[in-house]
Design a binder for this molecule. Structure first.
Ligand SMILES: Cc1cc2nc3c(=O)[nH]c(=O)nc-3n(C[C@H](O)[C@H](O)[C@H](O)COP(=O)(O)O)c2cc1C
Ligand SMILES: Nc1ncnc2c1ncn2[C@@H]1O[C@H](COP(=O)(O)OP(=O)(O)O)[C@@H](O)[C@H]1O
Length: 312
């Protein structure tokens, strides 16, 4: 997959671009609905022997358009989005910088520059995709803007058990600890990755060393609490238990959340290493215990429960 990060106006030359069939959308999460849109573009490209592409945006439009949104958290930050699209075997990824100037383009200007101008011969989008100033272009009026240079397909809303699969729904599920349900809509396990950093060096004393992760500040974290997880490290998968929280038993008044994981049946130095965590099940809320002994008892119980969960 070749990635092109474009700012308006881009300098790509039409004559040098291959005939392309592209999906377009913000696609946060690359969930099952997004996958359907993207797969439709890939399938059509194969059939027509053209290149497949995804056109997406960064940052999220709400960062630019809303006054009160300072920081949007993503189900799939740009890095994860790229990795997932690469796995889907998309040939080309165009990331358009979403800024004030872009938001002011008319629908026709947007189409001329980013669809016709990128040599897109066929465009695939979800039923609710909109483009151009204030989203005035959409899949119902897009025929007014094609100049007969490309055709398009609109993909109907994707539902699971009568519920629309949406990024908003998945965010809500993750933020309320319903990771199993979120995973179902994603069509894979929700993942976070990070580099192992030093914590307070207390875990090993408790008998439960925990790898503390520095995660992407753009990444959406699931609800605070304790989870059954799998840890992927150097292509090996381990079971483990993770905590997202403030370690209230030991620390008062802490604002940032730590993401840490105790890996079962593992004993090795992990500082500086990259771990991927797959989130399986919410187990319990984080608690403030009276002392370390009580926390240790609870950790033993958590381990027992989570091992049982994985061996069902
Ligand atoms: C599965 C699991 C459950 C945890 N539950 C709690 C909890 O309920 N309350 C709490 O204060 N800390 C909890 N912790 C965090 C521990 O306090 C923390 O791992 C320990 O203090 C070690 O911190 P360190 O890695 O910075 O040395 C939990 C950690 C794990 C891995
Ligand atoms: N089973 C394990 N799970 C997690 N980390 C482990 C494990 N075995 C060894 N380690 C190592 O121990 C470190 C965690 O020990 P801990 O005392 O909690 O220190 P810290 O407070 O720096 O996280 C990890 O970063 C990793 O390098």
């Amino acid at each position: 997959m070749r990635t092109f990060e474009l700012t308006y106006p881009h300098a790509l030359v039409l004559d040098e671009l291959p005939n392309t069939i592209s999906a377009i959308g913000f696609f946060d999460g690359i969930h099952k609905g997004h996958q359907k849109v993207i797969q439709a573009a890939i399938d059509e490209a194969k059939e027509k022997r053209m290149e497949s592409a995804v056109i997406s945006f960064h940052p999220h439009p709400s960062v630019v358009l809303k006054k009160d949104t300072q920081h949007v958290k993503y189900i799939t930050p740009l890095k994860e989005k790229k990795e997932l699209l690469k796995q889907l075997n998309v040939d080309r990824l165009y990331i358009i910088e979403f800024n004030q100037e872009l938001s002011k383009l008319s629908p026709q200007e947007f189409i001329d520059h980013f669809i016709i101008g990128l040599n897109i011969k066929h465009l695939v989008a979800g039923f609710d995709y909109s483009f151009g100033h204030k989203g005035s272009g959409n899949m119902n009026n897009i025929a007014d803007y094609t100049r007969d240079k490309f055709t398009f397909t609109t993909i109907d809303k994707f539902t699971l058990d009568d519920e629309k699969v949406s990024s908003t729904r998945i965010r809500e599920l993750l933020q309320t600890g319903k990771v199993e349900e979120a995973n179902r809509l994603l069509g894979r396990f929700f993942k976070l990755d990070g580099i192992v950093i030093k914590g307070d060096q207390r875990g090993r004393v408790l008998g439960y060393p925990t790898a503390n992760l520095r995660v992407n500040p753009d990444a959406l974290l699931p609800k605070q609490g304790i989870y059954a997880v799998k840890v992927i490290y150097k292509n090996e998968t381990y079971e483990g238990m993770a905590s997202i929280g403030t370690n209230p038993t030991f620390t008062a008044e802490r604002e940032d959340l730590s993401v840490e994981v105790n890996i079962f049946d593992y004993n090795n130095d992990l500082y500086g290493e990259e771990l991927y965590i797959e989130w399986y099940k919410y187990i319990r809320d984080e608690e403030k215990f009276a002392n370390a002994e009580e926390l240790i008892e609870q950790l033993a119980l958590d381990e027992k429960n989570i091992r049982a969960y994985f061996s069902r």
